[in-house]
Design a protein around this ligand. Sequence first.
Ligand code: UD1
Length: 310
Amino acid sequence: MVIIDNFCNSKPEVINRIQKITGKTVALIQGDVRDKVFLGTVFKQHAIKAVIHFAGLKAVAESVANPLRYYDNNVMGSLALVEVMTEFNVKNLVFSSSATVYGFSDTKPIPETAPLSPFNPYGHTKRMVEQILEDLSASDSAWNIALLRYFNPVGAHESGMIGEDPNGIPNNLMPYVSQVAAGKLKELSIFGNDYPTVDGTGVRDYIHVVDLALGHVAALNVLDKNCGLLTVNLGAGHGYSVLELVHTFQEVTGRAIPYRIVERRAGDIAMYFADATLAKQKLAWQTQRDLADICRDAWHWQSQNPQGYS
Ligand code: UD1
């Protein structure tokens, strides 16, 4: 196995820990997905059968402030990758898409057939790459492509050795809650409690990162059977509110999460969660870990690595 990373949002130490957990040696090559010459040398030197393409930027607010960086990295990077894959006749690809492509969908739960209406640059880049890959698949039946639409990936590996280490103050709920629990941040701001949901706070489909990883393994197995194009949601199939997550985190970890209710965050959706039936049918995959597992593992990672990987 070969991992390519430019480390713009991650640390090489992760690879050491992956090797410890798996007992396998991983070839790590530093480089950028947009660099076709670089990718070509990697494909020349390694017998690659399939690619899992995770090399995307994912912060919504950052994408609004700096859209060109997102189009360049996410769209141009994906184009470069599939061009080089074509050149080397490697035509099995798993792409990290996102539930963000559904935008303000009225359907709950959201099936893969729901209308698509992303509404920020990050979401546009995900949908654009899906479109490129759909057209590529239609043009050449040798391609096997899984577009995996992630809902809200959270938690950490149960060993506590690998987890989320955001740069600066976290934007997303789970790393923020973890840092409040650790005393690194004073309190959680909950963005609105007047949404039409169970308790007024936003509802999301949180999926444990290990379940998410297993979804990729399931997708790779299906690609191997010449499945063509497959578009599937990776979610648990039910939603939890911000307050439900906070209460579960407190119960499971015994840590207090002081919070206060503040204004809604611009661009937030009240509620979304996956219709997860297609993943079960097509990938024989479903989530195995619940919200309590997610909170336990997130806290395990945070408490063992108060400074992240550094
Ligand atoms: C967003 C993106 C998603 C992306 C994810 C990770 C959209 C529609 N969603 O998800 O595609 O994969 O970020 O970057 O583009 N919350 C608080 N306080 C906080 C932080 C969050 O109350 O300090 C609330 C939010 O209002 C929301 C929930 O927690 O209801 C989850 O927010 P977050 O973890 O940021 O993820 P999303 O915005 O759902």
